[in-house]
Design a binder for this molecule. Structure first.
Ligand code: ITT
Length: 186
């Protein structure tokens, strides 16, 4: 099976390749802009994206909408994560949490998959952790240097496979793989 990953973010594609190639699914990276409505639910963004891209003639693709939800900031940046990263950056987010002891946060990922003639698959994954007090590590992308699932090592200090084993995207991809397997068997 071959699926296009429609995203502007090459870091996501690397994680998809690492997780899905073992299942014999080939991933192809494509950039194809689509409207992301400003709603407070990742699923809704993904459902909307699937419809829009299909109406433009795309077939056999996945899209991914993710966000970082910080508890003491009442879930901010959440669905505004891409904008917050562009404007505030990791250091701006760290400054918002200056002196804050309660640093719990959750990463969420919602994946939508559209295949020709098949019902859409929409799955989610999440990962609990904390916002560190400074950036740690050089790997990964986005918020990886400031997010840690265990309060010690950041995602940016892990390899792709180690991150996938516990991350929001890794968990959503496992759910996707399961749903694809079921639909192929059924
Ligand atoms: P798309 O084209 O796929 O939308 P994007 O980078 O804008 O790419 P999202 O809106 O899903 O993706 O992500 C919101 C922000 O959260 C964005 O700045 C990402 O870099 C960041 N992000 C998403 N997943 C992440 C992860 O696993 N680790 C660190 N940051 C992540």
């Amino acid at each position: 099976m071959r699926l296009a990953v429609i995203t502007s973010n090459p870091g996501k594609v690397e994680e998809y390749r690492a997780a899905l190639s073992v299942l014999g699914i080939e991933m192809e990276h494509r950039r194809f802009p689509y409207m992301e409505p400003q709603v407070d639910d990742l699923n809704e963004v993904v459902r909307h994206g699937l419809e829009e891209l299909r109406s433009q003639g795309l077939q056999d693709f996945i899209i991914d909408d993710s966000g970082l939800f910080v508890e003491s900031l009442k879930g901010f940046p959440g669905v505004y994560s891409a904008y917050a990263l562009k404007t505030l950056g990791n250091n701006g987010l760290l400054r918002l949490l200056d002196g804050q002891e309660q640093r719990r946060a959750e990463f969420q990922c919602c994946i939508g998959c559209s295949r020709d003639g098949m019902p859409d698959i929409v799955v989610r994954g999440s990962c609990q952790g904390v916002i560190l007090t400074k950036e740690q590590g050089e790997g990964g992308f986005g918020f990886d240097p400031i997010f840690s699932p265990d309060g010690e090592r950041s995602f940016a200090q892990m390899g792709t496979e180690e991150k996938n084993a516990m991350s929001h995207r890794g968990r959503a991809v496992q759910a996707l793989a399961e749903a694809l397997r079921e639909s192929m068997e059924g």
